[in-house]
Design a protein around this ligand. Structure first.
Ligand SMILES: *[C@@H]1O[C@H](CO)[C@@H](O)[C@H](O)[C@H]1NC(C)=O
Ligand SMILES: *[C@@H]1O[C@H](CO)[C@@H](O)[C@H](O)[C@H]1NC(C)=O
Ligand SMILES: [Zn+2]
Length: 499
């Protein structure tokens, strides 16, 4: 293990020697130190070099806190250019961050690549839907009309006809991401932003589910992570069926095998990459019987591909979707049949306190979830917090997602401030990077470290957060050990850069 612990025994009795009603200053120091020990990374012992870097970070943070615009207090779409200028952000980009444990497959790769690379491939057709969205389809022949798409145009022809390829490409990108210059004006409510969110997923689907594209897409996704100094991925994926140019359709297992192959190839090309696994996810809008089938299928796939399949999750907006309890019969199948299917539930991505949806966190824990996706509502659930902490069920904190999807506007007010202050098991992730206009984890690390962690969060916090992503991953023990060793080497190189 890399973290060394030290213990300070703090006597909780008031010391003598208080003058004229004033609290004892040494007692005050002691309490402050005791409190600092409790935060994430509070017990990480830093080397002399690390302490130097930490002091530098602290000064940089003070500067950013007193700047005219404090990025975590601003909507990410406006804050992004400010963050890119931040020396803390630049350092975070270089920092080895371990694994990304909460990313959805449809939002893994930047939309620039989807548009500039994928839509320029031959045989790509586009159609504009009645509800101002787009669909793509690769086809050897003119595609037949379907219910959502009456008229398909060959993209190459259309692009030539429009004449302004840059403007045209930008408009395509607009359909594939939530990014906009006027987020407050355009997204007036959670409903509005979620609508655009689901539309963007549908728009990207026709590109990503084309079999030859899927290969390159996965490779490109791993590349983008590695460029941000991430060495491991747990990807939530529905394992869509894929299609060939002639209309041939591959079943889900083809996607899984492709994912495994591409990951192997990527690791052969990049020996310092630890690997990638899948959390099979189905949409919570599905019926109980469909989810039962999906659970049974996931059990089978996990048996057949134990090195790739990490477990199971339900995805889609919690507030408008079905609750975990609604699916209790389906989710009980593994326990009832003696099968092992780890769960990685999204839970508590809501601010509707006291509703049925709000119970998802406790239910996730009752179903022995391995981690909690978001856990935004944990603040309302002291018991769930206690259980999650006791059982080492880490929260996957995705700050930018929570802000863009309108749970919180000023990230200094994110409920995870409490979780960081008390060292709750936690990892940082990015949820839907392509939709939010981020790549890798550095932007989310920035928001968590500077905005949520505040001035108190230090280099020890960052170290523990990175290590947590290996500790709370689904990897077997021996691969975790490999991961720690790889990470440690990268970390030492990173620290020595700043000597
Ligand atoms: C698209 O990406 C693939 C693989 O990543 C690459 O071989 C190809 O040259 C790229 N094409 C364009 C038009 O950028
Ligand atoms: C959760 O774990 C407990 C303790 O190992 C076990 O008794 C219980 O059956 C599990 N529940 C489910 C739904 O898997
Ligand atoms: Zn998610």
């Amino acid at each position: 293990m890399v973290i060394r612990l030290y213990r300070v025994v703090v006597p909780l009795l008031w010391l003598a020697g208080v003058a004229e009603g004033m609290p004892d200053p040494s007692q005050r120091d002691l309490l402050m130190r005791e409190e600092a020990l409790r935060q994430t990374g509070g017990r990480v012992v830093l080397t002399a070099t690390e302490l130097k870097l930490d002091a530098r970070l602290h000064r940089l943070k003070e500067k950013e806190l007193s700047a005219a615009q404090f990025p975590p207090a601003v909507h990410f779409f406006r804050a992004k250019p400010l963050i890119q200028e931040s020396p803390i952000f630049k350092m975070l980009q270089r920092m080895p961050k371990g694994g990304a444990l909460h990313i959805h497959s449809s939002a893994l790769v930047s939309v620039e690549w989807l548009v500039k690379n994928v839509t320029y491939r031959p045989h790509c057709y586009i159609c504009f839907t009645w509800d101002n969205s787009i669909r793509f389809l690769f086809s050897a022949r003119q595609p037949a009309p379907r219910w959502d798409c009456f008229y398909w145009q060959l993209l190459e022809t259309l692009r030539a006809k429009v004449g302004d390829p840059t403007g045209f490409d930008n408009s395509l990108m607009q359909h594939l991401t939530l990014f906009t210059e006027d987020p407050e004006g355009e997204y007036t409510s959670q409903e509005v932003v979620w609508q655009k969110f689901e539309k963007a997923f549908l728009a990207a689907a026709g590109l990503i589910t084309h079999a030859p594209v899927l290969r390159d897409y996965i490779y490109r996704g791993l590349t983008e992570l590695q460029l941000d100094n991430i060495m491991y991925l747990e990807l939530r994926s529905g394992l869509s069926k894929t299609y060939e140019l002639d209309g041939t359709v591959h079943e889900k297992v083809w996607s899984l095998k492709t994912f495994r192959e591409v990951t192997k190839q990527f690791m052969a090309d990049h020996p310092d990459f630890l690997g990638a696994r899948i959390i099979i996810s189905v949409h919570r809008a599905m019926s109980l019987s469909k989810v039962k089938e999906a659970v049974e299928e996931a059990i089978q796939l996990q048996k057949d591909f134990p090195d790739v399949v990490a477990g199971f999750d339900l995805v889609g907006r919690e507030d408008s979707g079905r609750t975990l309890w609604y699916f209790r019969e389906a989710l009980s199948i593994p326990a009832a049949t003696g099968a092992a299917l780890p769960y990685f539930f999204h839970a508590g991505e809501t601010d509707d306190e006291g509703t049925d949806v709000d119970q998802n966190i406790l239910d996730a824990l009752l179903f022995n979830t391995t981690r909690i996706g978001h856990g935004y509502a944990l603040a309302h659930h002291p018991l769930a917090r206690e259980i999650s902490r006791k059982r080492n069920v880490a929260v996957e904190l995705c700050p930018i997602s929570n802000q863009v999807l309108k749970l919180v506007s000023d990230l200094r007010n994110h409920p995870a401030v409490t979780l960081i202050s008390e060292g709750h098991p936690m990892v940082i992730s990015s949820d839907d990077p392509s939709l939010f206009g981020t790549t890798g984890l550095s932007y989310d690390f920035y928001e968590a470290f500077v905005g949520i962690g505040g001035l108190k969060a230090n280099l020890g916090t960052l170290k523990e957060l990175a290590l947590n992503s290996i500790k709370y991953s689904s990897l077997p023990t021996h691969l975790k050990e490999t991961g720690y060793a790889m990470w440690q080497k990268k970390w030492e190189a990173f620290i020595s850069e700043y000597l």
